[in-house]
Design a protein around this ligand. Structure first.
Ligand code: IMP
Ligand code: MG
Length: 196
């Protein structure tokens, strides 16, 4: 079993050896996600529209799966894929839609965009505008993590799991170079793995 700092990783995870320290352990994430689910549930309970959780691939999938299980009103799910990172740890600044949402009922849909982390804010500010232009009944955002110190555009999410410092984090869906997504916690990568 791999040991990460003082935290034990529940499953033997080769990737955990590349982690400098655990920032948010799994139990804490699960507790916070349940709080977000019940907040979302009560905020949308009276709406006449469909609630659509729109996951942004690929980083949001673990968070989204946990979040949807605890929302006890009907939800539908959909996905978009966008890229703002050219690879590595810096944003390219451009948002490119790689997989678009296809719904005939967008005008009767309350869209809640589900994101893994907000950094510059460019991805979500672009997507919120885009979905409003497409005619969504409402558009809100929920992010597992927020790094407000890195903003280059003004953007405040409607729901935030945790505010994190300006460090590159992986796990619970978040990757570096497609690795570490399956780690069950949020951790800080050892700098030698991304400083080339
Ligand atoms: P933004 O458009 O700069 O807000 O970029 C947000 C996207 O950048 C996220 O959806 C992630 O894919 C990626 N990202 C930003 N910071 C991190 C990080 O610390 N770890 C992993 N991915 C990150
Ligand atoms: Mg992402």
């Amino acid at each position: 079993m791999s040991s990460v700092g003082s935290e034990k990783c529940a499953i033997p995870h080769e990737a955990a050896l590349d982690i400098e320290r655990v920032l948010i352990p799994e139990e804490e994430i699960l507790r916070r996600v349940r709080e977000l689910s019940s907040q979302i549930e009560s905020d949308y309970a009276e709406s006449k529209n469909k609630l659509v959780l729109l996951g942004i691939l690929k980083g949001s999938v673990v968070f989204m799966a946990e979040l949807m299980k605890h929302i006890r009103i009907p939800v539908e799910i959909d996905f978009m894929k966008v890229s703002s990172y050219g690879g590595g740890t810096t944003s390219s600044g451009n948002v490119e839609i790689k997989l678009d949402i296809r719904r005939r009922d967008i005008e009767e849909s309350d869209i809640l965009i589900v994101e893994d982390i907000i950094d510059s804010g460019r991805t979500l500010s672009y997507l919120v505008e885009y979905l409003k232009l497409r005619g969504a009944a409402s558009v809100r955002t929920v992010t597992l993590l927020d790094k407000p110190s890195r903003r280059t555009v003004d953007f405040v999410p409607d729901y935030t799991g945790f505010t994190v410092p300006d460090e590159f984090v992986v796990g619970y869906g978040l990757d570096f170079d497609e690795k570490y997504r399956a780690l069950p916690f949020i951790g800080v990568l050892k700098p030698e793995f991304y400083e080339k």
